[in-house]
Design a protein around this ligand. Structure first.
Ligand SMILES: Nc1ncnc2c1ncn2[C@@H]1O[C@H](COP(=O)(O)OP(=O)(O)O)[C@@H](O)[C@H]1O
Ligand SMILES: [Mg+2]
Length: 258
């Protein structure tokens, strides 16, 4: 991987480092209840969660168990109904919308199942978008978007639009966009859910490299046991509760399966 990808300044922290890194994420009793039309839905009952910088973690669980709700809380897209959320040691539970979005833009890159790219914009324009919001000058935007797209293997697709690319390519554009502000944390909600297995494997390989080589923390929601297997730690959610939290330690790398 070349170019300015990932979290500069972060040493890769394979497994649990010898020292005691502070938690990147600490959720205590996280609860989220949706009230619509007089009906309360408890999407998250009470979730305790502590994640260190440099972890690569999968969240699994059946549909409707609360995975996306949890990701939205962890990503500061939403606030909990109860409990406390510390991000990089800072209590962000009650921040205003503006403060939350500032934290989000600085710290977190998002990747979604359906890519969420602008359909009429080129790969490069999609990647540049967060930089426009951040007020980065045009020339620097052009350089960074190009370097990032090259780093995800899309140097030959800079001016392609989403409908001119495969699903796997679109997801790589989305990953380049997620990385453009150099976040320390990537949150990906079923990032391989719309892809064939080969493209899914490529996308997973990109996340793994970002994690191993650049020290970017990765949390991904997946239905695919093979994806979960590649992660150092798996958290299983059921009915809004964590029912399993298992760690692999330093798992042997499997190389290219299939
Ligand atoms: N905005 C919302 N309004 C009402 N109910 C919601 C909302 N978002 C999620 N839910 C409900 O919360 C539960 C958990 O949803 P979700 O987190 O999307 O599950 P998962 O991602 O695991 O499939 C489900 O019962 C869902 O219907
Ligand atoms: Mg979901």
């Amino acid at each position: 991987m070349s170019g300015p990808v990932g979290h500069s300044g972060a040493e890769p922290t394979a497994g649990v480092p010898g020292g005691r890194a502070p938690f990147l994420i600490e959720g205590r009793g996280l609860r989220r209840v949706f009230s619509t039309g007089g009906v309360d839905t408890v999407a998250l009952a009470s979730v305790d969660l502590a994640i260190r910088p440099g972890e690569m973690l999968a969240i699994i669980g059946p549909s409707g168990s609360g995975k996306s709700t949890l990701m939205a809380l962890l990503g500061c897209l939403d606030r909990p109904t109860g409990g406390t959320y510390l991000l990089e040691g800072r209590d962000v539970t009650h921040l205003s919308d503006d403060d939350l979005s500032a934290v989000r833009n600085k710290t977190i890159g998002f990747v979604f199942q359906s890519f969420h790219l602008l359909p009429r914009s080129t790969a490069r324009e999609n990647v540049e978008l967060p930089l426009i919001y951040a007020g980065v000058p045009r020339r620097e935007r052009r350089e960074r978007s190009k370097a990032l797209l090259e780093s995800v293997g899309l140097g030959h697709r800079l001016d392609h639009r989403p409908n001119q690319m495969s699903g796997g390519e679109n997801q790589r554009v989305a990953i380049a966009r997620a990385l453009v502000n150099d976040p320390g944390l990537i949150l990906a909600d079923e990032p391989t859910g719309n892809l064939d297995s080969r493209s899914g494997t490529e996308i997973l390989g990109l996340f793994t490299r970002l994690n191993r080589e650049r020290g970017v923390s990765v949390i991904l929601v997946t239905h695919d046991p093979r994806v979960a297997e590649q992660c150092d730690r798996v958290i299983e959610i059921f009915d809004g509760l964590v029912v399993r939290d298992s760690r692999k330690g330093d798992a042997p790398s499997r190389g290219g399966a299939a």
